[in-house]
Design a protein around this ligand. Structure first.
Ligand code: CP
Length: 310
């Protein structure tokens, strides 16, 4: 079994069978990660560079750990402190690194389409670790893996994505992933943070958080991305929290055991109250844990190794 793609640029390009293969493979790697020795020699002959042109905590550490658990050689690149600050272009930076015989590139960039652009100019496999407001495919895969662990097959499951849909690459990748797996999806937030015509992607739109929570099995709550808003799109964070924040009192009123998710970083007290983020309903840290196994699966499958996983 192999993937239909050479790169993981977005969930949009994947077949449902690709997603299922990644999730099945991740289950095997999750088992590896429970062992006393959490390391396999699978990618011992593979060099991977992590090119991060934008800040990250979870994704960057998770990829690095996944690479190390697979015994790959890893190189970490951060734009700050590199020759990018001297005016070097993205392609020159990548070509220079790849001339040192690197096999795969994991890239995060603030520009939408940056990994797609790079994929047209270099031979190595590229994994998109988040590009602008476009896609964050491994986040959607780890979200789907975590939801499946909790709820079983996602076909027919009701998932609400609540918050800043407009500026969220996590929202778009989740929409592609969940609809391909047969889940029902509602996006919910203030009208100014929901893109026009989003229904064409096969989702419904709601502006009412309480009704949305009454409907869903899972609520994936997203951060307000103030850094991506050129002008204010709602009156204040306080008002946002009042109308769209997910709080304990709101969940108590809904009287339903909804699974709460968040890709991080959380703005506590804005989109999610601390007592919800840290509650038994929350699987936020499970998402982070599962990220390593899912990224191991992605790297292993893209490397096209025929050997056994272990
Ligand atoms: N979820 C996520 O992408 O987090 P980081 O920005 O910390 O990588």
């Amino acid at each position: 079994m192999s993937l239909s793609v050479k790169h993981l640029l977005g969930i949009k390009d994947l077949l449902p069978s690709d997603i299922e293969l990644i999730l099945k493979t991740a289950e095997k790697f999750k088992e590896v990660l429970q062992r006393p020795i959490k390391k396999v020699p699978t990618l011992r002959d593979t060099s991977i560079v992590n090119l991060f042109f934008e800040n990250s905590t979870r994704t960057r550490i998770s990829f690095e750990l996944a690479e190390k658990r697979l015994s790959a050689d890893t190189i970490n690149f951060a734009a700050s402190g590199s020759s990018v600050s001297k005016g070097e272009t993205l392609i020159d930076t990548a070509k220079n690194i790849l001339s040192m015989k690197v096999d795969m590139v994991v890239m995060r960039h603030s520009a939408t389409g940056a990994p797609h652009f790079l994929a047209n100019h270099i031979n190595a496999s590229i994994v998109n670790a988040g590009d602008g407001i476009n896609e964050h495919p491994t986040q959607a895969l780890l979200d789907a893996f975590s939801m499946t662990e909790k709820l079983g097959d996602l076909k027919g499951k009701k998932v609400a994505i609540i918050g800043d849909i407009m500026h969220s690459r996590v929202a778009l990748s989740n929409i592609y992933c969940l609809t391909k797996l047969g889940a029902e999806v509602i996006v919910c937030g203030p009208p100014t943070l929901i893109p026009k015509h989003i229904e064409t992607l096969g989702v419904k739109v709601s502006y009412d958080v309480r009704k949305t929570l009454e409907w869903c099995d899972v609520a994936n709550v997203l951060r307000i991305q103030l850094e991506r808003q050129n002008k204010p799109l709602f009156s204040s964070l306080r008002e946002y929290s009042m109308y769209y924040g997910v709080s304990k009192s709101l969940l108590d009123a809904v009287k339903k055991d909804i699974v709460i998710m968040h890709p991080g970083p959380i703005n506590r007290g804005v989109e999610l109250s601390s007592d919800v983020a840290d509650s038994k309903q929350s699987i936020i840290l499970d998402q982070v844990e599962n990220g390593v196994a899912v990224r191991m699966a992605v790297l292993y499958l893209l490397a096209g190794k025929k050997d056994n996983l272990i």
